[in-house]
Design a protein around this ligand. Structure first.
Ligand SMILES: NC(=O)c1ccc[n+]([C@@H]2O[C@H](COP(=O)([O-])OP(=O)(O)OC[C@H]3O[C@@H](n4cnc5c(N)ncnc54)[C@H](O)[C@@H]3O)[C@@H](O)[C@H]2O)c1
Length: 337
């Protein structure tokens, strides 16, 4: 059984590659390296003792995909490839729509031509938009607040329509909440280029003194300490969620959507204080104004994934903070050594 991971050299993709290889399946990666280093896959190989061949190419480019599907017998696909920075998507919407939608469309066409019908798609909790009712259930109405979110919304729709029209497809849509942390070895992790967009890499860079302080956006939300509440999920739990989704896709035709979150919301200050306690290091922060578009609270109802995939998140906030810092300490410059 061979699984193609588009965007598999990235943060979530490399951790998922490790889990899939350890489960006994083979992995092939297609990545254009626009936001990743091939070193991530070298490390995955060192950790698993198994190779995940990397094809450097673009998922929106038919020839690159044809090359992968002709060279390897691909049984299943996990489609991670995409641009993911919300702010950048507001500034460069065409780049986001072109890359993320073209990648999904071209991939589905080439899969169909090559008789490969199992696909797991990286969607996001961002498709729930500004809904206030928590926890978020898969049945809630969708709506987005930025072009990145719309690319996920539209890709979900493209996949749903494709599954409806061609019953050979087995499609699983996974809505991730807030992935953080790293593999417990500290050998692979999140490696943003430039100033991080996401909270945990930012905290890590403040802790190591590369950035002066963390800006906490808003402390007047209706939450226990006034800061935003999110459903942080350990990236290895998320990786294992993909294994469960691939097993599900093997057996089930049609389209199914699952939240991948822990079901527990922690505040930004919970994360900061837990990080400080677990790692015995200070994280200076200041309170800044709320960011437009941010909501007070966001956490999943993960019960559908538990019932139908037999998956639930196991790792604690302490694990997330310890593993993120372990990766950062071991690799102060990420994969650039
Ligand atoms: N990290 C998060 O917080 C989060 C949350 C929800 C959903 N997601 C989604 O999960 C997926 C993986 O996220 P990640 O955090 O690992 O991001 P990442 O940027 O680390 O990984 C994405 C990978 O896709 C590659 N890529 C981008 N466009 C490509 C293309 N056209 N062809 C080939 N490769 C391409 C990049 O080089 C990168 O390696 C993305 O689709 C992202 O939108 C991420």
């Amino acid at each position: 059984m061979t699984v193609l991971l588009t965007g598999g050299a990235g943060y979530i993709g490399s951790h998922t590659a490790l889990s899939i290889l350890n489960s006994g399946k083979e992995v092939v990666v297609l990545d254009n390296l626009s936001n990743a280093s091939p070193e991530a896959l070298t490390r995955v190989e060192q950790l698993t003792g198994k190779k995940a061949p990397l094809v450097v190419g673009d998922c929106a480019n038919r020839e690159d995909l044809e090359k992968v599907f002709s060279q390897y017998k691909i049984d299943q696909v996990v489609h991670f490839a995409g641009l993911k920075a919300v702010g950048e998507s507001v500034a460069k919407p065409l780049m986001y729509y072109r890359n993320n939608l073209d990648a999904t469309l071209t991939l589905l066409e080439v899969m169909q031509e090559h008789g490969c019908f199992d696909i797991v798609f990286s969607s996001s909790a961002t498709v729930y938009g500004t809904i206030q009712e928590m926890p978020l259930k898969e049945t809630f109405p969708l709506g987005c607040t930025n072009p990145y979110g719309w690319t996920k919304f539209m890709s979900e729709q493209i996949l749903r329509d494709t599954g409806k029209a061609d019953p050979r497809f087995h499609i699983v849509l996974l809505r991730y909440f807030n992935p953080v942390g790293a593999h417990e070895s500290g050998q692979i992790g999140e490696d943003p280029s430039g100033i991080p967009n996401n909270l945990m890499p930012f905290i890590c860079q403040v802790a190591r003194g590369r950035l002066k302080e963390l800006a906490v956006f808003g402390n007047d939300y209706p939450t226990k300490d006034g800061t935003g509440v999110r459903d942080f999920i350990h990236v290895m739990d998320l990786a294992e969620g993909h294994l469960a989704a691939l097993s599900y896709a093997e057996k089930h035709a049609g389209v199914e959507v699952f939240n991948l979150g822990t079901g527990t919301g922690y505040s930004v200050l919970d994360l900061v204080h837990t990080f400080e306690k677990v790692n015995q290091i200070k994280v200076p922060y200041r309170i800044a104004p709320r960011r437009p578009g941010d909501i007070a609270t966001c956490y999943a109802d993960p019960s559908k994934a538990k019932e139908m995939l037999g998956w639930s998140a196991k790792r604690s906030l302490e694990d997330m903070c310890r593993d993120a810092w372990n990766w950062q300490k071991n690799n102060p410059d990420g994969y650039r050594r």
